[in-house]
Design a protein around this ligand. Structure first.
Ligand code: CP
Ligand code: NVA
Length: 302
């Protein structure tokens, strides 16, 4: 078994399906009010170098529900924020806690941290990936639709951390994925190549309508991610044609579902009307962060 959860393509389909099975079990136990203290007495350290609502709250509440404890460390408040080497921070934290969740900029930093950490490390978002979110998204689709691996998924918008993780997921889970991005905003070329080499069924286009036609799942994210705020205006121009609105939804399967990892900029990348429509499964998606991450933590730290 893997020590860490850094990137979906490090994991096999069978191992990720086991996490889904555990998620289902933990979610039903929580809904029934049954104790599920799989991490009793254990501590998760949470290092955040970027903002968060869902990730922080779901990991912290999740650890509590598992009988453990979570420790919130804002980037600027640690010695790492003042330049202490990652390898020293990683080795010391592993002497105190049973697992670490990190949200930061560079994927390389998370990988270096994991290399020096003797306890499991979970990627809570980097510029390159957001694996916990995409695991959650797939679990959420599986709750709403039969045979989630046989559906047609599409990504509309920026070729960002979410898009890259969807590409990895397409390679591991085998579903069809269509990726529509504006020119110049394609997903990471190395990730696309590795997915293609692994036999992934991914179709790339610059036309959101082509991607959305008859699709079962429409997915998007903000046009400027954390760290790209200065590019907001320039990006708004480049992405103007990539909004998920009712016209785009009308091209997809009549029972399509619409997802967004949140936070959303309503009436930019997705209209308010779509978020409030019967197609959106966005708040189930947000809730499931809790259940899926509990299963990931129990798997790695149990
Ligand atoms: N989707 C997500 O990761 O949300 P936060 O940035 O609020 O954690
Ligand atoms: N792509 C977004 C996701 C936020 C959860 C970002 O990185 O800011």
């Amino acid at each position: 078994m893997n020590k860490d959860f850094l990137c979906l393509s490090d994991w096999s389909f069978d191992a990720l399906e086991k996490i889904f099975a555990l998620t289902k079990d933990l979610k039903s136990r929580q809904k029934a009010g049954l104790k599920h203290h799989l991490l009793s007495g254990k501590t998760l350290g949470m290092l955040f170098e970027k903002s968060s609502t869902r990730t922080r709250v779901s990991f912290e509440a999740g650890m509590f529900q598992l009988g453990g404890h979570a420790l919130f460390l804002a980037g600027g408040s640690t010695q790492m924020g003042r330049g202490e080497p990652i390898k020293d921070t990683a080795r010391c934290m592993a002497r105190y806690v049973d697992g670490v969740m990190i949200r930061t900029y560079s994927q390389q930093a998370v990988e270096e941290f994991a290399q020096y950490s003797s306890v499991p490390v979970i990627n809570g978002l980097t510029d390159l990936y957001h694996p916990c979110q995409v695991m959650t998204d797939l679990f959420t689709v599986s709750e709403h639709k039969q045979n989630y691996r046989e559906l047609c998924y599409c990504w509309i918008g920026d070729g960002n951390n979410m898009a890259n993780s969807w590409i990895n997921a397409a390679a591991v889970f085998g579903f069809e994925l269509r990726v529509a991005t504006p020119e110049g905003y394609a997903p990471d070329a190395g990730i696309c190549k590795r997915a293609a080499d692994a036999g992934a069924r991914i179709f790339y286009t610059n036309d959101p309508r082509e991607a959305a036609r008859n699709a079962d799942v429409l997915n998007t994210d903000v046009w400027a991610s954390m760290g790209q705020e200065a590019e907001q205006q320039e990006r708004a121009k480049a992405f103007a044609d990539f909004q998920i609105n009712m016209q785009l939804v009308a091209l997809a399967d009549p029972d399509c579902v619409v997802m967004h990892c949140l936070p959303a900029h309503r009436d930019e990348e997705i209209t308010d009307e779509v978020i409030e429509s019967r197609h959106a499964i966005i708040y189930d998606e947000a809730e499931n962060r809790l259940h899926v991450q509990k299963a990931i933590m129990a798997t790695l730290m149990g």
